[in-house]
Design a protein around this ligand. Sequence first.
Ligand code: 2AM
Length: 491
Amino acid sequence: MSAPVGDIGLIGLAVMGQNLILNMNDKGFTVVAYNRTTSKVDDFLANEAKGTKVQGAHSIQELCAKLKRPRKIILLVKAGPAVDSFIQQLEPYLEKGDIIIDGGNSHYPDSIRRTQELEAKGLLFVGSGVSGGEEGARHGPSLMPGGSTAAWPAIKEIFQKTSAQVNGEPCCDWVGETGSGHYVKMVHNGIEYGDMQLIAEAYDILKRGLGIHESEIADIFTTWNKGVLDSFLIEITANILKFNDDDGVPLVTKILDKAGQKGTGKWTAIAALDAGTAVTLIGEAVFARCLSAIKDERVRASKVINGPQREPFRGDKQQFIDDLEQALYASKIISYTQGFMLMRETAKELNWNLNYAGIARMWRGGCIIKSVFLGDITSAYEKNKDLESLLFDNFFNKAVHKAQPGWRRVIAQACLWGIPTPAFSTALAFFDGYRSEVVPANLIQAQRDYFGAHTFRVVSGKENSRLPKDTDIHINWTGRGGNVSASSYSA
Ligand code: 2AM
């Protein structure tokens, strides 16, 4: 048998898999392709991959035999049992140090488990986020690999050449240990939910608040796309708003206002609740989709529940539009602040050494949330890799201060109009909470102690004989409840 020629193998010839193969082939790598339904291998070689260096395999054994060592095999198959099934099928043909890479939309706990299971057998596992859809896969996706750190030197060149490039830098870097690649991809998707919700709220305010037509709103977004909001999502929003149906009516106005979701935003919100981190904006973005989905109920409610009389806007329209741009920008800063807080908290819990500047760099190009803004986040973490929060970075601190007055005016006006701004508003509420030295949790602690003897601590400097320092204190608030705290009894 001839010496193996394959630099990398790929299993799963749906569109993403095919496009990623063609992309890697363009970058000079020899890819060996396999698919459960092997007729797809022949179809692919005879059509899309015709005239390329791509090789086919009709069995797992043949695939593994055609790969140079250490073998590298990317799975791009349906998340869930299919991934475990292929790992099982591959194992007998792999040797120590070979690498299985899962590029599908796996949930990160599965990637943590798979890394541990394969490492115990002397194999290496990488769970990689792949973002950018079919187009990204073909011409340069954002790649977020994490898992067995020993695998990185072997896959680095292929991954970084295959990914999107921004200013000559690849949108791919090593994320960190075990399930961190898929974790970061999940947070990326959550942030995408947030960005989309913020843009939708801005559209709603411009349309229902200021009464501006879609074609003009498109122009506003086009202008914004030249400034701090410069991003893929703003760009496509302008294009969508300009797109008319055959009768000249903006197509977007004919689309049913029920948003779908595949679940990655929800995963992020659940992960945030589990980690005890206030990722409120992504949460609101998920809930806004839930509220949109109960269209019939909303229609009934709209008949019987009145909001305020919507007064026409009498102020300076252009000033308000500029305020709205700042509101969007400030809210976006908060959303990314929260997303990075979540990653930091999880990294602490799971002992991951996350590369935050690298994560921002990976998201700068190739993916749905790509933006100029992510370049600024990269710089912030390059300056200080242990940055506690983006709001402590000089650039973002100044930006949010500058945006603050307009941000508040927009939310206040939207409230008066009765136009919902869950994402804008929760961002501002988080901002005001985060910058508060004192929050009213003292009262919550008192209530908890009053009804449940859950105890509280006293403020430093306010101690006395009844309120000792560094002690869990229970007070008999009513004279009836007794003096025993909840740690020793449950009511
Ligand atoms: P198929 O072409 O044989 O259906 C996207 O669906 C990709 O995942 C396809 O390559 C598909 O293979 C593969 N896939 C989906 N479910 C699978 C399963 N249970 N086992 C193996 N491959 C699967």
